[in-house]
Design a protein around this ligand. Sequence first.
Ligand code: FMN
Length: 233
Amino acid sequence: MTLQPELCHAAWTPVARCQPVTHNRSVVTELLPAEAVAAVIRSRRSVRVFQPTPLDEATLQALLDLARWAPSPHNSQPWRFVIVRPGPARQRLAAAMAERWQADLTLYREATPAVLRKVETRRQRLLTAPAAIVACLSGEHLDAYADAARRQAEWLTAEHSLGAAVQNLLLAAHSRGLGGCWICAPAFCPETVRHALDLPSDWAPRALVLLGVPAGSGGNPWRRPLCELVVVR
Ligand SMILES: Cc1cc2nc3c(=O)[nH]c(=O)nc-3n(C[C@H](O)[C@H](O)[C@H](O)COP(=O)(O)O)c2cc1C
């Protein structure tokens, strides 16, 4: 598929576009002691409020470069990313998603002032975030199966790997002192997002990731104890 020029990022250096980084345990452990990795994973929090400091494209490129090293089914790399710059595209996206969310929220109840405030808060959050990236799924390199059950399973595995890529992105941001939040709204209105951003027809918007320099420390969400989550057989 040929991408529109603005999606190609031809200006970006094709850093390690196809070069595999071989698994080299000693390099990894020397550079990153296990405790450092654990600390990055444990201390990442969803950050929803940012300082107005803009993020430059070199930073975004570095983060997305790490996102794409996530595992994927038969290395299909089904993730696609849209950097939504502040300006007309961001305004279109924020307006379209707000309109859609308000319609969803008022499907079975009135548009109370509280509902309208909620919608406006989310719209402003998207408009003012220093960086906004829409993560999409593409079936371009997925395996084709004749039956619906296996097609669905293949698609599901691709969805999993998109999640891994988004987590890479969030961890990469956090390790650089940035904060981010995974916003699931695009999964509820993929057509709205695709239309607002004029995306290729086989890009399925799944998540919006807001990024920036954190303002404040974020929340302190708890985790269920391992004994509730793990069984041994
Ligand atoms: C698939 C997914 C969807 C999410 N959607 C939203 C969202 O729409 N809005 C939001 O504020 N946070 C969203 N989050 C962030 C979660 O609320 C957050 O990860 C969770 O509360 C745990 O907090 P932590 O990330 O700080 O550890 C989402 C996270 C995931 C993984």
